[in-house]
Design a protein around this ligand. Structure first.
Ligand SMILES: [Zn+2]
Length: 341
């Protein structure tokens, strides 16, 4: 839990979890926390951004304390930036000042935490980051169909030429477009034809998104809009990049009806109070979907979000160590078919 981490420090929280796990075999003892998963991690949601892409640096975020009541006398955009300039928490995560510092700090975190990640961004920047850490980066191809300069055929040709491995992040929701918007049909068809895994933004953006991105709508948080696409292209591999939070019932209906569908945990360690994130995660695991949850940090300009995201999984007392391993690594390896490489 967040407060435990703030009081004791991350290392202490992990050690405490391990110590509790060591007591788990006590006869007649109460259920206790499982040991953390400490093996290699796959992060299916990383971004290669410039340092100023989320606002003039440095800016900070407060994990678990992102949601605010707001007086509309002030524009939300100005308030939101103000909250990132003067973060209202004791332990904010700060951004870096320059593009090079952001790149280097992100790649250093991947190395330190033994993470391999799907990196979204402009083609040139993804290639440049991957050249510096080829074993840590799985190249993504970020696009919004409302603004992309590439046709579906061009995206397919770039994939076939080895330009990227995962079509992610698809950010059509920011243009007010659902997953089954006709404008994206040709891209789904290319992804199915070439067996390209697709990660699509479905679920939460920043709080107050419609006042930051005029076409953004909360109703597009539902993954039900994916259903006709999955039926039309039954071999397609898709993951919902923000797990469709908070549309629990819609997410569960889709995971039940479509056994090939996965969800990613991107940004939930930041955007939701930790108790809600864990409750949502526990709902999905209890309902039988623990082998289709992929860890995603949604690291944008705050490299500390990667460790925050890993810790949030390892701090989930209701998960066994095996379930943590599944979410932090094994499910993504299976979804991406990494063993076949
Ligand atoms: Zn997203």
């Amino acid at each position: 839990m967040r407060w435990m981490i703030e009081l004791t420090g991350r290392g202490s929280a992990i050690l405490a979890a391990a110590a509790l796990a060591a007591c788990a075999a006590t006869p007649g003892g109460a259920p206790s926390a499982s040991a953390p998963y400490l093996g290699p991690v796959i992060d299916v949601h990383l971004h290669a951004l410039g340092a100023s892409d989320q606002g003039p640096p440095p800016i900070a975020v407060c994990p678990g304390a992102f949601i605010r009541a707001h007086d509309p006398a002030e524009p939300w955009g100005r308030r939101f930036l103000g909250l990132m300039k003067e973060p209202p928490c004791a332990d904010p995560i700060w951004s870096l000042e320059t593009d090079d510092e952001l790149r280097d700090a992100t790649l250093a975190e991947l190395e330190r935490l033994n993470v391999t990640g799907v990196l979204s961004g402009p083609r040139e920047r993804v290639a440049a980051w991957k050249a510096r850490a080829p074993d840590r980066i799985i190249a993504g191809h970020q696009m919004n169909v409302a603004t992309t300069e590439y046709s579906a055929e061009e995206v397919g040709a770039y994939f076939a030429a080895g330009g990227f491995e995962v079509l992610a992040e698809v950010t059509n929701q920011y243009a007010g477009l659902a997953a089954d918007a006709p404008a994206f049909d040709a891209y789904w068809a290319v992804a199915a034809a070439l067996d390209i895994p697709v990660g699509i933004h479905i679920g939460t953006g920043p709080p107050g998104s419609p006042y930051l991105f005029p076409a953004y709508r909360a109703r597009l948080h539902s993954p039900l809009a994916l259903e006709e696409i999955l039926v039309r292209h039954p071999t397609l591999r898709v993951y919902v990049m923000h797990a469709g939070w908070p549309m629990r019932d819609d997410v569960m209906a889709m995971l039940y009806a479509h056994p090939q569908l996965y969800v990613g945990t991107g940004v939930l360690q930041l955007a939701t109070p930790r108790a809600e994130y864990h409750d949502f995660l526990e709902d999905l695991v209890r309902a039988g979907f623990g082998d289709r949850i992929l860890f995603g940090s949604d690291q944008m300009v705050w490299p500390g979000l990667i460790e925050e995201g890993i810790d949030a999984i390892n701090d989930a007392d209701f998960l066994t160590t095996e379930q943590k391993a599944a979410i932090l690594h094994d499910n993504a390896a299976r979804f991406l078919r990494l063993e076949e490489d």
